[in-house]
Design a protein around this ligand. Structure first.
Ligand code: CA
Length: 403
């Protein structure tokens, strides 16, 4: 489609709306506005028009302005708690210092559209301008109640930094990257950090491009409050009934919850199993030194563990590492007196174990030395010392509910 065709035929530039659903209410809470052009019965996306560097900014602005006006005109008829997401390329946003766009929004505010319902989806992909000015403009918009969503996680190395700088209300995560299990593992880890960050700064996670059930499950499991994608509803020229998917989403959540509860029960049982087994061995070796304790543990847990050591409650290591290498278990003395209090959750776990008088099975994480996905079982052994047993990937794999 030629840019000129579009510019000379603006009445056929129309907004499409893709509903965004919330997990807490299981209904439509927003629409993202997408640009479309209709010609001879077919409808094409204006995405390539807006991304085309050879088209002058003022033409893009003109088409965009029209789209926004048409979309907001329609939005006046929506319930007044439904938000409108507008895609804003950073260059477009900075067009004439963002003033004409703001004036358009203010005109709609006068007609009853609360600007708190406007969410700007910022994409900074090719932005070469001054980020200070961009951020300044966004802060200015926010004084009107307008919200900011920052989009895309793929390959954007500045993403975490930008989230820190902008403090967006919404973080949009594209699930297109989640197509195979190969990408899933590392993607999950990045997402986990992102969900912690979002929680810290009070941002909401919105997952987009949900195209299959497992992607919805992934979004639900990873702290996603808002969902969008073809699996739920495609972009359309019309708004939909807000509760259209309520029953279906409830059904899906029921599935996810059942599965997750089963998994958590299994992890709880495993923790109990380790507790009983290890406690037994500790009691039997109450008077013995740590070398003897390790010998007993190895006898019982050779197929379960690959590393064990003892720390005091400040994280100073009181024993060698007992490590299972290619040719069996051996002692690594160089670990004595190392300190582990800096590790995430270390002191929290010590306090928990001390107060509850029992062990803890950790979450899944990558072992720094072996790179394997493992869990650690830790347990108090006397007034001041704590035993740590690293559970091998092989064992977790054989007991797959632990993975
Ligand atoms: Ca978008």
């Amino acid at each position: 489609m030629d840019a000129l065709d579009i510019l000379t035929d603006l009445e056929n530039v129309i907004p499409f709306f893709q509903p965004i659903f919330s997990a807490d209410e299981q209904r439509v809470i927003a629409y993202e506005v997408l640009g479309r052009y209709q010609s001879e019965g077919s409808i094409i996306s204006l995405g390539s028009f807006f991304h085309d560097d050879s088209i002058p900014e003022e033409y893009k602005f003109e088409v965009d302005q029209l789209l926004v006006q048409k979309a907001l005109e329609r939005a006046l008829k929506l319930d007044d708690d439904v938000s409108i997401y507008l895609n804003r390329d950073a260059d477009l946003l900075m067009y004439r210092h963002g003033e004409p766009f703001l004036q358009d929004l203010l005109a709609f505010e006068k007609r009853g559209l609360n600007l708190k319902r406007i969410v700007l989806e910022i994409s900074e992909g090719n932005y070469k301008g001054d980020f200070g000015q961009l951020d300044h403009l966004l802060q200015y918009y926010r004084t009107y109640g307008i919200k900011v969503a920052i989009a895309s996680i793929d390959s954007d190395t500045n993403f975490f930094e930008r989230i820190g700088q902008l403090g967006p209300e919404i973080i949009k995560i594209n699930l297109r990257a989640l197509k195979s299990n190969a990408t899933a593992a590392s993607f999950t880890d990045v997402l986990f950090s992102l969900s912690l960050l979002a929680r810290k700064i009070g941002a909401t996670l919105l997952f987009e491009n949900i195209e299959m059930s497992y992607q919805l499950q992934f979004a639900w499991k990873n702290g996603g409050r808002y969902y969008q994608g073809f699996y739920l509803y495609p972009p359309s020229s019309e708004f939909i009934e807000r509760d259209l998917l309520k029953q279906r989403l409830k059904g899906k959540f029921h599935e996810f919850i059942t599965y997750e509860k089963k998994k958590l029960e299994a992890i709880y049982s495993a923790a109990e199993f380790f507790q009983n087994k290890v406690q037994d061995i500790i009691v039997k070796n109450k008077k013995a030194n740590y070398e003897v304790l390790f010998t007993s543990l190895i006898k019982e847990m050779d197929q379960i563990a690959f590393r064990m050591y003892v720390c005091d409650e400040d994280g100073f290591q009181k024993s060698s590492n007992m490590f299972k290498g290619e040719s069996g278990w051996y002692s690594q003395k160089e670990y004595i007196e190392k300190n582990w209090s800096w590790r995430p959750y270390f002191l929290e776990n010590i306090i928990k174990m001390r107060n509850e008088g029992k062990g803890i099975l950790s979450d899944l994480y990558s072992d720094i030395e072996t790179g394997e996905t493992i869990r650690t079982f830790s347990i108090p052994i006397n007034g001041s010392d704590y035993l740590f047993i690293d559970i091998s990937y092989k064992y977790l794999f054989e007991n797959e509910q632990l993975l």
